[in-house]
Design a binder for this molecule. Structure first.
Ligand code: NAP
Length: 248
């Protein structure tokens, strides 16, 4: 089977690491980004340096039209899509519940839940053997916040990842008989830009010390799990939500 992978939020952090490691593992990669074109182009250059093909495709993954356009462009440039890393996600700013605006709730749920569902739907429409596809693999990026709840920081984000877990369990069972394997990873405290964007640039270094392993994880440590789940080596792993959290 041809190996064509879409990575949403592929320009930075965990998604960028997935693009690079997937290229190492023989995938051609569509690198999606929201606003940071230069970062996406740098990731694509690394994919090409690894001998694989790369497409750089802008698109807001909370918007249905952009998700559909992403799949269409990726297929036009790289061929039938056989892998999806649904990874684009935001925490929103650190906010107590009493201060949380509806707009903040909608932003987080709009991308992390609705956007991810649309990405998964578009992948199933193309991959399902019942619908004429040749099968494929979907790996969603959840978070251990789903079980920790993220009190005092981003409870809306934690709730959105709880929805990702439920969705992953359901869709995995629904399409397993149609040649589509679906799993998720649930990272813990990972050292990426996401903490600075949330308003706490020191968060990974500060809270990393409280993790049983004694440090924050790297984007590559999460990406290794994602590319393993994407691979045939994980062929009997379906509906799993694998924690990559340093034992937290
Ligand atoms: P990050 O470093 O902040 O990178 C975010 C990525 O998502 C960027 O590539 C960004 O694109 C893209 N993005 C943001 N909004 C988007 C949108 N509306 N449409 C398309 N792309 C969008 O984040 P990260 O830490 O790698 O997080 C990746 C995933 O892991 C998220 O789902 C997050 O919830 C999850 N996660 C992270 C941690 C952690 O500690 N870092 C822990 C658990 C789970 P631009 O570069 O164009 O802005």
């Amino acid at each position: 089977m041809s190996k064509v992978l879409i990575v949403t939020g592929g320009s930075r952090g965990i998604g960028a690491a997935v693009c690079r490691l997937a290229a190492r593992d023989g995938w051609d990669v569509a690198v999606n980004y929201a606003g940071n074109k230069a970062a996406a182009e740098a990731v694509a250059a690394d994919v090409r340096a690894a001998g694989r093909r790369a497409s750089v495709i802008q698109g807001d993954m909370s918007k249905e039209a952009d998700v559909i356009a992403l799949f269409e462009k990726a297929e036009a440039e790289l061929g039938p899509v056989t892998g999806l890393a649904a990874n684009a996600g935001v925490t929103g700013k650190i906010t107590k519940v009493a201060d949380m605006s509806v707009a903040a709730m909608q932003d987080v749920v709009g991308l992390n839940v609705i956007g991810l569902m649309i990405q998964n739907r578009e992948a199933v429409r193309r991959m399902s053997t019942k619908l004429g596809g040749k099968g494929g693999v979907i790996v969603n990026t959840s978070s251990i916040a789903a079980r920790l709840g993220a009190p005092n920081e981003f409870t809306h984000y934690a709730a959105s990842k709880g929805a990702v877990d439920s969705w992953t369990r359901g869709i995995a069972r629904e399409v397993a008989g149609e040649g589509v394997r679906v799993c998720a990873v649930a990272p813990g405290m990972i050292d990426t830009d996401i903490h600075a964007t949330a308003g706490a640039p020191d968060r990974a270094a500060r809270l990393g010390k409280t993790v049983p392993i004694g440090r924050a994880g790297s984007a590559e440590e999460v990406a290794e799990t994602i590319v393993w789940l994407l691979s045939d080596k994980a062929g009997y792993t379906g509906g799993a939500i694998l924690e990559v959290s340093g034992g937290r």
